[in-house]
Write a protein that binds this ligand. Structure first.
Ligand code: SF4
Length: 476
């Protein structure tokens, strides 16, 4: 196992790591790109909304800002940790710092009327029973399960629903292991936020053998995506219990590609460097690769700042040494990365660090979308400006792409056709594989932020895929 250029120094106490002076703010923790680095190995501890007062950097923030955090975190999940607070956030730039925006709740994330309803309850120190119905109704209006996740993607095996699996595209199965349904920190824009706010909103597998049985009976499935939450919060031994049977059984030999969706490289890169079972985890990944499969870490990145510390770069080197390919994807978000220069630098840094830029997503129509959404036209412009400034090696990123109910729809551009200004779109993935690659057109709308706000161009009544999608809904 590789320990290139890294000497792990274990912190003596959990609190020792939570010390901005010694552990270093962002500027002091930048890698010199290959130089030997001493990586302090803190113990992971989540910081919830109840422990905000333990973050010394927040002490200087305005009372209104703190109060807004308290209100918003009653509705949307909040979690951070000392690595994020001490190493990723540039506190001299708060509140504009992108990682602060990515992890700390802001007032604008809730509709003003909803904010006021919850604020009233907080001010009068209401009971949990009083909060519950208000919070539940606000959450229901935030589209907790977008893109037909609960209706269209849930598969059956021998007439029984297979829990914790989504099968939207023919060749790819998504698996949600029960122990992976949390993250080392939570993104404020999370599209899976419902996974973190109560059992009744969760999708997860209670049993282990359902996945194997399902894969064995679906020879058309070539790709397994283990996702969450974040599967990398799991112990290596737990992850191994899901993966090893797939590696070792001839029934699942058709599963050639294994992907693991994770933001642990951003939120807790120690997972691959100094956590007690980091080596065991990398050994497991090596065995996946040795089985002849393609293993991809689908790393979630939103800003180059996430790639800048010694420990994330050490983690990436260690991962790549196992034969794993790291692919990078993430949404385009107001307040965080809605500038071409941010994407250009992020993609350039990724290529330099051996990571393959993969997707620029459009922020999904769920949760705090109102705060983060960017019109499709602007998203397309940012993508075009960024991609035109990088070399071909970074032009592997596709987008902007909407993971919508019928499939992944890419905004190819805006054109004037027969005198009409139109969006040119195409499916990168579709519930019906025949939709993939077919260009289609929507009336130009400068304010549209999602597929369901678009109307077919040229006076057409519906998009070409709508009839098929309706049949799928009826059959679900
Ligand atoms: S890492 Fe993914 S699942 Fe976890 S909070 Fe962020 S967006 Fe949500």
């Amino acid at each position: 196992m590789d320990a290139i250029n890294v000497r792990v120094v274990h912190s003596r106490t959990p609190d020792e790591a939570f010390d901005t002076g010694r552990h270093g703010p962002l500027a002091n923790n930048r890698s010199t790109n290959g130089a030997r680095a001493d990586i302090v190995a803190p113990r992971y501890r989540a910081i919830s909304e109840r422990r905000l007062d333990r973050i010394p950097q927040l002490a200087g923030r305005h009372e209104d800002e703190r109060f807004a955090m308290e209100v918003v975190s009653r509705v949307l999940p909040f979690r951070t940790n000392e690595y994020v607070v001490n190493n990723l956030i540039d506190w001299s730039r708060v509140p504009d710092d992108p990682i602060y925006q990515m992890t700390f709740p802001q007032r604008g994330m809730l509709d003003p009327a909803d904010f006021d309803r919850v604020a009233d309850l907080v001010k009068r120190d209401a009971t949990d029973e009083e909060f519950a119905p208000v919070v539940a109704s606000i959450r229901e209006n935030l589209n907790p399960h977008p893109a037909g996740q609960r209706e269209l993607n849930i598969p059956r095996h021998e007439d029984t629903v297979v829990e914790g699996i989504q099968h939207k595209y023919r060749e790819t199965v998504l698996f949600f292991p029960s122990r992976g349904q949390t993250c080392h920190a939570y993104c404020t824009f999370c599209f899976r936020w419902a996974q973190f706010v109560g059992k009744d909103m969760k999708i997860y597998a209670k049993q282990m053998d359902g996945l194997h049985r399902y894969l064995a009976s679906h020879p058309e499935v070539t790709d397994l995506l283990i996702t969450g939450g974040d599967p990398m919060v799991m112990k290596a031994s737990a992850l191994s219990r899901y993966l090893e049977p797939i590696l070792n059984s001839p029934d699942t030999a058709h599963v050639r590609n294994i992907r693991i969706g994770t933001k642990s490289l951003t939120f807790w890169p120690y997972r691959f460097v100094s956590d007690p079972d980091a080596d065991e985890l990398l050994g497991l990944l090596e065995r996946v690769v040795a089985s002849g499969r393609h293993l991809a870490i689908m790393a979630h990145f939103n800003h180059w700042q996430e790639l800048s510390t010694d420990v994330v770069q050490a983690a990436m080197r260690r991962l790549r040494n196992t034969g794993t390919v790291i692919r990078a994807q993430g949404p385009l978000l107001a307040h965080i990365n809605d500038e071409a220069a941010v994407w250009r630098r992020m993609w350039e840094d990724q290529v330099r660090l051996g990571v393959v830029p993969y997707y620029m997503f459009v922020e999904r129509d769920t949760g705090a979308k109102r705060y983060f959404e960017v019109p499709l036209e602007r998203a397309r412009q940012i993508y075009t400006d960024a991609v035109s400034q990088v070399s071909g090696l970074a032009r592997t990123a596709r987008g902007p792409s909407m993971s919508a109910e019928p499939g992944k729809v890419e905004v190819l551009g805006v054109q004037r056709v027969r005198g009409e200004r139109v969006f040119v779109l195409r499916f990168l993935q579709g519930r019906d594989p025949n939709w993939v690659g077919v260009p289609f057109f929507a009336e130009f709308d400068p304010k549209a932020t999602w597929l369901d706000q678009l109307r077919p161009a040229f006076g057409e009544k519906r998009f070409f895929f709508e009839e098929g999608l309706e049949s799928m809904r009826e059959m679900a």
